[in-house]
Write a protein that binds this ligand. Structure first.
Ligand SMILES: CC(C)(COP(=O)(O)OP(=O)(O)OC[C@H]1O[C@@H](n2cnc3c(N)ncnc32)[C@H](O)[C@@H]1OP(=O)(O)O)[C@@H](O)C(=O)NCCC(=O)NCCS
Length: 184
């Protein structure tokens, strides 16, 4: 961990205050077109109202955002939950649906500013976010293919739940990865 990096839990109010800074970071980290931020804003605000929502920020000495991770308790009726249920039921069966979806935390977003990646900040964020999460499992989705995100998830023991899955409305294949909590 760099000594110039500070980690802080953000309340929902603090998250809303930093929303545009957080979305700028997200767009830069994911290399998405600029308009993506506006499109995502209402969704991120809705997420912050969900049961079990928690967020950890990495901040520099000027209090600027270097990284962000958040998630919440997954539950039926949420779009992501229903998409993953459909995929799991179709390929792995109902036992897998119950195993993974009965009691899980969805890691929804994790991003580090491009010029600060590759220094362990993402791992620090993830460990802090998942510490004391009460759910039995953590699940996430990530685009297929080698990436720094994949290396991070594998290093922390995430295994395959569903591979090459296509969410409705997105042509890219995704992997759903998961592991039991707590982290070691
Ligand atoms: C995925 C992402 C959040 C990971 O964050 P990160 O800070 O870059 O990565 P990590 O915390 O895993 O850093 C580990 C890397 O730092 C290096 N490192 C340097 N000092 C370190 C330290 N003290 N502790 C741990 N790792 C350290 C490691 O060698 C490792 O290198 P590697 O990834 O080349 O193997 C970040 O790369 C990112 O925002 N990517 C783009 C957006 C994205 O893909 N988000 C996830 C979508 S599903």
């Amino acid at each position: 961990m760099s000594r110039s990096t500070r980690y802080a839990r953000l309340s929902a109010d603090e998250f809303r205050t930093r929303l545009s800074e957080a979305l700028d970071l997200y767009v830069a980290a994911m290399n998405y077109p600029a308009g993506t931020a506006e499109q995502r804003a209402p969704m991120w605000l809705t997420h912050a109202l969900r049961d079990g929502w928690r967020c950890v920020a990495a901040l520099d000495t000027d209090d600027a955002l270097l990284g962000l991770a958040y998630g919440y308790r997954g539950s039926p009726g949420q779009w992501w939950h229903e998409q993953v249920r459909r995929g799991l039921a179709g390929t792995e069966g109902e036992a897998a649906v119950r195993h993974w979806l009965d009691d899980y935390f969805e890691l929804t977003e994790i991003h580090v500013r491009p010029d600060r990646q590759g220094r362990g900040t993402g791992e620090d964020l993830l460990r802090r976010l998942l510490a004391d999460v009460p759910q039995r499992h953590v699940l996430l989705s990530t685009p297929e293919g080698p990436s720094r995100a994949w290396r991070l998830y594998r290093r922390l023991g995430f295994t395959d739940v569903l591979r090459h899955y296509r969410f409705a409305g997105d042509p890219r294949p995704f992997a759903i990865l998961g592991r039991a909590l707590p982290l070691d």
